[in-house]
Design a protein around this ligand. Structure first.
Ligand code: NAI
Ligand code: MG
Length: 334
């Protein structure tokens, strides 16, 4: 059996962390064929398209895609649309899985093993925005549908059913946002009833933000809408070493799935060879688990932990190791 993995470096530190993750994948002795494709801001400036047709074709042809990061302009640019949002919509990748597990990093919190299951296609990221009142009022519509909520709810409960603690916390703000979050809550609770073995509870998003800081070990699976999941997952990453070590998966019902570090293009450190490759490497491990190479995935995770335990740390973690030194330390453990 041969595996095809499509690599998209994208912008900024994506060009540094994806090659590092690819060399870890390449060291596992698996029959992997790599393909390469372009997406992102630089791609847009060169080709006029942030997600060219050739990239879509390469993603469809691969067993999975490993993506770096994209740099998105703060203001609107004619013709540009974030390739990340476009990929999620195009391939119907309804679930964004963001695990946070304690790592042996100085100052990192211990005992955390949680998974944020974030709705990936709607909410405030639906792109339904407009200006009124001579441009002085901006309106962003937050779309919550029963169909998308049911899909994400079911994904969360199915994943929880396979985890040791079998707990799901449904996170919302239904006390204030009565329609949107009311529907989200109602549908998730209905899905919960289909999983009698999984313990379901609910929590308001502001309280969840507080409990994540005070007692993160209490959480197993958190299911929530798009923006809440985006924010809470960065917060969770901050408990264990920061964005440099946080992986994620974008999955749906179809064959296409892509895996990416949670961080962005990090323009402040790009090009210096100091970016932490662990977020990308752990994303590669999630990719392996997704395509059934679970033992290889576990090997990569163990190698990352062992390298950190040896004290090899990039600057974001308080050390002085470069991207390639960190990668080499992980390769040595493999
Ligand atoms: P960012 O994640 O790029 O950087 C935030 C902070 O974390 C910076 O101080 C950066 O140096 C640090 N950091 C990020 N990755 C790191 C790594 N691998 N090793 C060490 N330190 C790391 O977020 P920011 O600065 O808010 O956004 C920069 C650009 O990235 C923007 O254009 C934004 O739109 C884009 N972005 C793209 C994402 C994606 O491709 N999925 C996600 C988040 C932001
Ligand atoms: Mg984010």
């Amino acid at each position: 059996m041969s595996l095809t993995i499509c690599l998209i470096e994208g912008d900024g530190v994506g060009k540094e962390v994806i090659p590092a993750a690819a060399s870890v994948l390449g060291a596992l002795g698996l029959p992997i064929t790599f393909t390469h494709a372009q997406a992102g801001w630089e791609c847009f400036t060169q080709q006029g398209d942030a997600l060219p047709e050739a990239t879509i074709t390469a993603m469809r042809a691969a067993d999975a895609t490993l993506f770096g990061a994209t740099q998105s302009p703060m203001a609107k640019v004619e013709g540009y649309r974030s390739p990340v949002l476009a990929m999620r919509k195009l391939f119907n990748l309804h679930a964004n899985l963001r695990p946070t597990r304690s790592l042996p990093i100085p100052g990192g919190r211990e005992g955390i093993d949680l998974l944020i299951v974030r709705e990936n296609t709607e909410g405030l990221y639906s792109g339904r925005e407009r200006r009124e009142d001579d441009g002085q009022t901006a309106i962003t519509e937050r779309v919550i549908t029963a169909a998308a909520t049911e899909r994400i709810g079911r994904t969360a409960f199915q994943l929880a059913a396979r985890r040791p603690r079998q707990q799901v916390t449904i996170v919302h703000k239904a006390n204030v946002i009565k329609e949107g979050d009311g529907l989200f809550r109602e549908v998730c609770l209905r899905v919960a009833a289909e999983f009698p073995n999984v313990q379901a509870s609910e929590m308001l998003v502001d309280a969840c933000a507080m409990w994540l800081v005070r007692d993160p070990a209490r959480f197993d699976v958190i299911v929530t809408e798009n923006l809440f999941g985006d924010i809470l997952s960065d917060e969770a990453a901050g408990l264990i070493g920061g964005l440099g070590v946080a992986p994620s998966a974008n999955v749906g019902a179809g064959k296409v799935a892509y895996f990416e570090p949670v961080h962005g293009s990090a323009p402040d450190i790009a090009g210096q060879g100091i970016a932490n490759p662990i977020g990308a490497i752990l994303s590669a491990a999630m990719l392996l688990a997704h395509i059934g190479a679970t033992e290889a995935a576990a090997r990569v995770e163990r190698a990352v932990q062992a390298a950190l335990r040896e004290g090899v740390l990039t600057r974001d973690l308080g050390g002085a190791a470069s991207t390639s030194e960190m990668k080499d330390a992980i390769l040595k453990q493999l």
